[in-house]
Write a protein that binds this ligand. Structure first.
Ligand code: AMP
Ligand code: ZN
Length: 461
C-alpha cells in the first residue's frame, strides 16, 4: 500500500481539497444509471472516470480502505414511459437494461462497486427519510404528494444553493419533474408522488401518503446514507447532476440528519460531446457502447479514448479519437509484451493520478515510463486489461484475494441468464462468446463451474 495524498477538485468548496483519511474506510457514492435504455458512451464516461478513481483509492488505501456504492435508478417517469412504449412490464425493462449496463461497463473494464443498490429495494428507507423531513418541518404533504420546502430554515451545515450557488428563486423543477399547483414555492421538489391507476404494479408502492413512487433525488439520499452513513467522503456524478439533483440530495440529507454535512467532496465529470454538443439521447447524437463493441472495437480502446482528457473537462468524441487510442494502445501492448511484471507504478503516474486524477499528465508519464513499470502504471490507470491477461495486469494482484468485491452485484436471475446464454454459445461452438460471458461473470465476482454432466453451478467470491 502506498500512502500518497489525494487531492480532488471539490465542487462544494471550489478548491482542490485533500482527501482526509480517517479510521473508517473512505466512502464513495456515485450516481448510477436510470435503467430505461442502453447506456451511451457519455454515460460510460462517468462510470469509467469513477472506476479509475476507485482504482487509485484502492491502490493508496488498499481495497478494504474504500467502500464504493453506485446505485441503479429503477423507478422513474422515464422508465414508465419507456415500458409503455415497448409494451413490456417495468420489471422486465429495468432487469434487461440493468443487464445491458453491466455487460457494457464490464466490457470497458470497470469493476463492480461494493454495493449497487436499486431504488425499488429501498422504499422503506426512502419512506423513513421522508417521514423525518415532514416531522422536522422541511417537507409537507399536499394533494397526495410530499414536497421538500426549499425555503426551510438553514441547518448547522446547510443552506439551499450551497453547491450550485443558485438562489431559491432560481430553483426550477428539474427536467424530470413538472411544476404543479400543489407546491408552496415553485422550487419545491417532489419526495413522493402518487401513482396513476394504470401504472404498472411494480412501480406502485404503499406509503403513508397513498400508493405512489419516490422522487429521484430522495433515492440517492436514502441509499447513500444506508451504505455509507450520514457523513461520507466522496460523492460523484456527471456535471449535469450538480443542479438540481445533487443540490436537492444535500438539502434532504442535511435536513433529515440535522448535524450532518453529508458528502465532504463533490466530484463532477465533464460531458462527452459531439461537435461540441453534449451527447444525449434527447439530441439523438449518441453512440452506445454496444454499437462500438458490435463493430469489433475493443472495450479497452473505448476506455482509453474516454480517459484521454481530464475528467472534469469536456471531451469531444470522433473517429480520430478512437483511431488514435487504438494506435496508442497497440504501441503500449507491444512494449509490455516481453517485459517482467512490476507491482510498483511509476511515481510520476501515481502522482498525476493523485492530483485531481490528472489523466493527461498520467498518460504522458506513462509514455515515458521504463518498460518494467509500464504494466503496473497502466494497470493503475485501468487501461491495460486485455482479457486473457485480466488478472496479470490488475493492480490488485498483490492481494491474495483475486476479486475486489466480496459480494456480486449480479442477481441470481442475471447469473442464470448468463449461464443460459453461455450454454447456447457453447452449443453453437462459439467459444469466444462463451469465454466472454465467463469473464464478464468473473468481473462481477461470480465463478462459473462446469460439471462433467454439462450442468453449470456458480460461486460468488
Ligand atoms: P442518466 O442515465 O441520464 O441519469 O445519466 C447517467 C449518468 O451519465 C449521469 O451521471 C450523467 O451525468 C452521465 N452522463 C449523461 N450524459 C453524459 C455525457 N454526454 N457526458 C458525460 N456524462 C454523461
Ligand atoms: Zn443520484
Amino acid at each position: 500500500m502506498t500512502e500518497a495524498p489525494i487531492y480532488l477538485y471539490n465542487s462544494l468548496t471550489k478548491h482542490k481539497d485533500p482527501l482526509i483519511k480517517h479510521e473508517q474506510p473512505i466512502g464513495m457514492y456515485v450516481c448510477g444509471p436510470t435503467v430505461y435504455n442502453r447506456p451511451h458512451i457519455g454515460n460510460a464516461r462517468s462510470v469509467v472516470v469513477y472506476d479509475v478513481l476507485y482504482r487509485v483509492l484502492c491502490h493508496v488505501y488498499g481495497k478494504n480502505g474504500i467502500i464504493y456504492v453506485r446505485n441503479i435508478t429503477d423507478v422513474d417517469d422515464k422508465i414508465n414511459e419507456a415500458a409503455i412504449q415497448r409494451h413490456c412490464s417495468i420489471q422486465q425493462l429495468t432487469h434487461e437494461v440493468t443487464q445491458q449496463f453491466h455487460e457494457d461497463v464490464a466490457a470497458l473494464g470497470c469493476v463492480s462497486p461494493n454495493h449497487e443498490p436499486r431504488a425499488t429495494e429501498h422504499i422503506a428507507e426512502i419512506i423513513a427519510m421522508v417521514e423525518r423531513l415532514i416531522a422536522s418541518g422541511h417537507a409537507y404533504e399536499s394533494d397526495q404528494h410530499v414536497l421538500f420546502d426549499v425555503t426551510a430554515p438553514a441547518t448547522d451545515h446547510w443552506h439551499y444553493g450551497m453547491l450550485s450557488g443558485r438562489a431559491v428563486e432560481d430553483q426550477e423543477a428539474g427536467a424530470r419533474i413538472a411544476v404543479e399547483s400543489y407546491k408552496r414555492n415553485p422550487g419545491d421538489f417532489v419526495l413522493w408522488k402518487p401513482a396513476d391507476a394504470q401504472d404498472d404494479p411494480s412501480s406502485r408502492f404503499d406509503s403513508p401518503w397513498g400508493v405512489g413512487r419516490p422522487g429521484w433525488h430522495i433515492e440517492c439520499s436514502a441509499m447513500s446514507t444506508k451504505y455509507l452513513g450520514v457523513n461520507f467522503d466522496i460523492h460523484g456524478g456527471g456535471a449535469d447532476l450538480k443542479f438540481p439533483h445533487h443540490e436537492n440530495e444535500i438539502a434532504q440529507s442535511c435536513c433529515a440528519n440535522p448535524h450532518s454535512h453529508y458528502a465532504r467532496m463533490w466530484v463532477h465529470n465533464g460531458f462527452l460531446t459531439v461537435n461540441g454538443e453534449k451527447m444525449s439521447k434527447s439530441l439523438g447524437n449518441f453512440i452506445t457502447v454496444k454499437d462500438l463493441l458490435d463493430k469489433n472495437v475493443a472495450g479497452e480502446a473505448i476506455r482509453f479514448a474516454l480517459l484521454s482528457a481530464h475528467y472534469a473537462k469536456p471531451l469531444d468524441w470522433n473517429d480520430k479519437l478512437l483511431d488514435d487510442s487504438i494506435k496508442q494502445l497497440d504501441k503500449l501492448y507491444a512494449r509490455i509484451k516481453n517485459v517482467p511484471q512490476s507491482d510498483v507504478p511509476e511515481p510520476a503516474v501515481l502522482e498525476a493520478l493523485c492530483h485531481d486524477l490528472n489523466m493527461p499528465k498520467a498518460m504522458a508519464a506513462l509514455h515515458q515510463c521504463h518498460d518494467t513499470q509500464l504494466q503496473a502504471s497502466g494497470a493503475l490507470l485501468g487501461i491495460i486489461q486485455n482479457y486473457e491477461q485480466w488478472e496479470k495486469y490488475r493492480i490488485f494482484r498483490a492481494d491474495e484475494s483475486k476479486k475486489i468485491t466480496a459480494q456480486s452485484t449480479l442477481s441470481h436471475e442475471e447469473i442464470e441468464g448468463y449461464i443460459a446464454q453461455r450454454k447456447v454459445a457453447k452449443a453453437e461452438r462459439n467459444w469466444a462468446e462463451a469465454d466472454r460471458i465467463r469473464a464478464l461473470c468473473e468481473a462481477h465476482g461470480v465463478i462459473l463451474m462446469d460439471a462433467a454432466d454439462g450442468s453449470v453451478t456458480y460461486s460468488v467470491t
